[in-house]
Write a protein that binds this ligand. Structure first.
Ligand code: GLN
Length: 305
């Protein structure tokens, strides 16, 4: 087996002091408070060997990485009918774009752009008695981690100025693809984005997408193998918005970013790896995070291709 600890430490040292051309997201004021030089990595294999470096155990705002978790629960509850309300095509547009929705008549291109995740939240509200609590319980169960929580500060900070998401939700509702009250859907969406996790917690929670035999400590399987395969496929083609092609080209793994600076990537049947570095490139993806993963899959020759 590769010496993963040494490999991640070497790449960490290579990149730690490079000129980071990215910028911390500050359109959500609370995210702007995070120190720009945080840098952490965790890799966890499907047999639970875990390797850390840097700020790997510090919690941060997972933002759009939560879109995988909301999708997973909605897919589990709704089954294939989910795709009547959402597509599975790359958007080629920024994560918060409104323009394509008009042509597509309110059916978002995929679940990993904001429009898609907002529809997923609407689907979940239709199934769950207490959406925020039930979703959090689901996250805690699949990660076997009762310490997971939302950051009310971050959620309220986004709610106070999430004008684009408000526009998106109203626009989709005008086409009939949001069934519940717009304020309720947005409130739930902002809370899901505000989940706080460390790199290590993120690698652990996504092992169910790497491990075909995954069951929770309570003995439940989460989704079928076919559903996990499909989520990985959408991650590969849509996880980085209009930079998804570039991520597949440079890193070669299904993955997902968030504007908190986190990136998770999954190697089916092997491992999950998470990098956190808050400065984002122009497409809203962690600049150093992408570089790290490019070097990692190159050094370990472990992309899916
Ligand atoms: N909460 C953020 C938003 O809706 C999530 C975006 C992201 O992480 N790309 O703008």
């Amino acid at each position: 087996m590769e010496n993963y600890q040494k490999i991640i430490e070497d790449i960490y040292l290579d990149l730690k002091n490079i000129d980071d051309v990215g910028k911390v997201a500050d359109y959500i004021p609370e995210l702007g408070e995070v120190s720009a030089d945080k840098f952490g990595i965790n890799m966890t294999t499907i047999d639970n060997k875990s390797f850390d470096v840097g700020n790997a155990n510090e919690k941060f705002s997972i933002q759009s990485i939560s879109k995988i978790l909301t999708l997973t629960l909605a897919y589990k509850l709704e089954g294939e009918k989910l795709w009547e309300r959402l597509d599975v095509e790359p958007s080629g547009n920024p994560f918060n774009s409104l323009s394509q929705l008009e042509k597509d008549k309110g059916k978002p291109r995929n679940p990993f752009i904001n429009a898609g995740a907002i529809v997923v939240c609407d689907v979940l509200i239709g199934h769950l008695k207490n959406p925020k609590k039930d979703f959090l319980d689901f996250c805690r169960e699949i990660s076997n981690n009762s310490c997971l929580n939302y950051s009310e500060k971050v959620a309220e900070s986004e709610k106070a100025c999430g004008y684009r998401n408000v526009a998106l939700c109203n626009f989709i509702k005008s086409f009939g693809n949001i069934k519940n009250d717009v304020d309720e859907v947005l409130d739930f969406y902002f809370y899901t984005c505000s989940l706080q996790m460390s790199c290590k917690e993120l690698s652990q929670i996504f092992l169910f997408l790497a491990n075909d035999d995954f069951i929770t400590n309570k003995g439940n399987s989460i989704i079928t193998m076919s559903q996990a395969k499909r989520i990985n496929a959408i991650l590969l083609t849509c996880g980085f918005y209009d930079e998804s092609g570039e991520f597949a080209f440079r890193v070669g793994l299904p993955g997902k970013s968030g504007v908190g600076g986190g990136i998770i990537a999954i190697h089916p049947d092997e491992y999950c790896i998470t990098v956190w570095s808050p400065k984002l490139n122009k497409r809203g993806n962690s600049y150093k995070g992408m570089l790290f993963l490019e070097k990692f899959t190159t050094k370990t020759a472990s992309s899916i291709f």
